[in-house]
Write a new protein. Sequence first.
Length: 412
Amino acid sequence: MSTLHTHNRVAIQNIRKQFPALQQTVHGKPLVYLDNAATTQKPKAVLNAITNYYQHDNANVHRGIHTLASRATAALETSRVAVQRFIHATSAEEIVFTGGTTASINLVAAAYGQTQVHAGDEVIISHMEHHANIVPWQMLCQAKKAVLKVIPISEAGTLLLPALKKLLTPRTKIVAISYVSNTLGTINPLKEIIKQAHAQGAIVVVDGAQALPHLPINVQDLDCDFLAFSAHKAYGPTGVGALYGKKALLENMPPYQGGGEMVQEVTLAHTTYNDLPYKFEAGTPHIAGIIAWQEALNFITQVGYSNIMAHEDALHTYALELLSSIDRVRIVGTAPQKISILAFTIEGVHHLDAGMLLDAHGIAVRTGHSCTQPLMNFFHIEGVIRASFAIYNTQEEVEQLAAVVARLVQKN
Ligand code: PMP
């Protein structure tokens, strides 16, 4: 594996030192954490920001005039600007804090869908979506008597784009599509999809959950209408995420949940709603998580996406080389444009047995359908073993994974 030079090794070891959770043993073996697509570990800066908030600034936001409330509010709003800049949104009003990707997609499906989708209209998703980008649209279509259409995929795990042209009609209101597949690792040709959808007058909702950890995102360049993403998959806290939406669309949307914070004036008979983005932020948010999210974004900026991509690509290529040379291992998802997710099956070995044996060696991988059951049906499999790599993973960890898989194959 020539791409990982000594200099990189030192840099990666320094990065690893920032992650306390990586410094532990599991079943007596050093932890090899390869379940990053489910959630990444968190650097000290993120953990410190959470503790610091609760120790010094804990107060509810936007409500009090006392010092702690002002500090908490200022820190939360600074985070909003950090998120805005990170994804290159035009204004901080376009960043709505949510509980994560799932909450963001549900917000669009409910609020945008409520006024813009009617009986006979169409919503398009793809065959490789995470359940979070399937079920909310099924619920909307069912409620509105709208039609849910699906972009088919190839055996390699790429979208069959010519099919999209045929699926798009003047009745298509929404195309909801993942930037990156959480099971296959496929990077979808978003710009082309967005261009085609806009040409038919449909808006595009992007599930960016698996893109944020690996790829720079520029919502203006993509021209997507909405982007849903989570902090926890990109070194940030769990239970926090955002919905980016074009201002004009957010302004025209009715509120999602009612409650405190999202209102301007409430009488018992009538309520006027707050401005963007607060109209969509009912209730007390995960203040500590939102504030600490900034630190995760800083971490990515400091390391740099180009370094992240180069390192993860090298690990992915090496893992692919080692695993595909093992008898009976079948790689699921072989798209030419992929991020560092490697799903595979082992003929004659159940994925849960493989997962348990790997865990016994301290190796954490995902096993099962990875919240993509339609994809499992497409490949006629029950589940996969999924190794997903982050910036802190090493060549030795890839070798350990491959060694345990090889032993497993030999024994079964
Ligand atoms: N979409 C994709 C592609 C994902 O990988 C995930 C997380 N597994 C989600 C949506 C849901 O994210 P969250 O659980 O943070 O809401």
